[in-house]
Design a protein around this ligand. Structure first.
Ligand SMILES: [Zn+2]
Length: 235
């Protein structure tokens, strides 16, 4: 009898867990539609990315049917977030936020900087499509930031690294020797750059500024830790 009761209890618990997992999966795997995007707030969008990164770091990514999502997004796409990230192979936004087909716009360039083309792309995402959040995703031990700290001169990289001059200007004597082996200094520049890039997007785009002022879009800077996979949100 005891055995039977335990068995029934375990079975019921197992079914309940399976039902919960299935529910979570069906919610997370549902592609965004224009109507669903309209009812999503900027805070919802950020919360979804935070939850995705928690799943990623916990090793509990959701396994959706990607080909089903491919078919469901043929006629339109309605990504809820746009991410400006680095080209670094260890910082793949769709993976670290556990997102899939049709979920996020992604612009990647060394050091996660923005230029006219990327800002234009962001304007398309928030103004035309209705995306609710823009995330500038920097990361630690960034090669582009290290190169900027060392003032590397090489081909077109020289021009690219000029984008980090404002962040480099935040350094003081207290930060120590300006050298890419100075990890805290590199991290300070990376965080400053992510914050400044987030501010620059608003400064350089009246279209995006209007949407931010109307609280229809939120822009946030964040840092990915390549040692842990965790994303920290900068204020
Ligand atoms: Zn990088």
């Amino acid at each position: 009898m005891i055995t039977r009761r335990l068995f029934c209890g375990c079975l019921a618990g197992g079914l309940s867990l399976a039902a919960t997992a299935a529910h979570a999966q069906s919610t997370e795997c549902a592609v965004y539609t224009p109507d669903r995007l309209k009812s999503t707030t900027p805070d919802d969008a950020i919360a979804r990315l935070k939850a995705g990164n928690e799943r990623f770091t916990a090793g509990k990514m959701i396994n959706c049917d990607l080909m089903a999502q491919v078919k469901q997004t043929v006629s339109n796409q309605s990504p809820f977030a746009a991410i400006v990230g680095c080209i670094d192979s260890r910082v793949v936004p769709e993976l670290v936020f556990d997102q899939r087909i049709g979920d996020v716009f992604c612009a990647r360039v060394a050091g996660a900087i923005v230029n006219t083309d990327i800002i234009g792309s962001l304007e398309y995402s928030v103004k035309v499509v209705g995306t609710k959040a823009i995330v500038v995703l920097g990361h630690n031990f960034c090669g582009a930031i290290k190169a900027a700290v060392d003032d590397v001169k090489l081909g077109n990289i020289t021009a690219l690294l000029k984008n980090f001059q404002p962040a480099l200007a935040t350094l003081t004597k207290a930060d120590g020797h300006r050298d890419s082996h100075n990890d805290p200094l590199v991290q300070k520049v990376a965080e400053a750059s992510a914050r400044m890039t987030a501010v620059n997007i608003v400064k350089r785009s009246p279209i995006i500024k209007a949407l931010v002022d109307a609280k229809q879009v939120k822009i946030v800077a964040a840092m990915h830790d390549i040692k842990t996979g965790k994303v920290s949100w900068l204020t």
